[in-house]
Design a protein around this ligand. Sequence first.
Ligand code: COA
Length: 160
Amino acid sequence: MKVTAIYPGTFDPITNGHTDIVMRATCLFDNVIVAVAGSTSKKTVFSLDERVKMASKVLGDIENVEVSSFEGLVTDYAKSRDAGVIIRGLRAVSDFEYEFQMASMNRQLYAKTETAFLTPAEQFSYISSSLVREVASLGGDVSPFVHKDVMQALKKRLNG
Ligand code: COA
């Protein structure tokens, strides 16, 4: 039986830490859908379309990876794509409580899906999209953290 996993997130923007998680997931699951969330409580710097385009650019060449977007509940999207696994990245102990809460809620909403937690390589354990945006907006070098096209997009949007 083939297992499809979805990796949901805001990806505002996608970072090398996200890519690291996607690469790890491709070794474990047959198909990985990177699902960019339209409904998020966060005020994003990039539009949904821009976030999808950036993720597609970064991940486009990886076999078994699809980039898509979704609105509404992640569990409804998982159901619609027949995905049995939701992937989330755990960077530090501080991520755990919130992730545990989300995984439990998602299981309550759709019992047929399991949340799998993957940890990124150590050099990505402290980065987040908002930190990358902040560094870029103040003229710092974000090249170790994002793809070159994402770096350009950040420069143009935040430090143009
Ligand atoms: N590398 C780099 N950064 C990482 C990372 C990694 N491996 N793993 C997590 N992060 C960062 C993200 O960039 C993000 O940074 P930011 O806060 O600066 O933007 C942060 O860690 C994680 O944010 P979080 O809010 O936990 O997750 P998210 O933004 O990635 O995605 C959704 C949250 C979209 C999955 C969630 O809101 C959702 O499912 N929404 C749909 C509606 C729904 O179903 N709600 C009910 C859920 S129970």
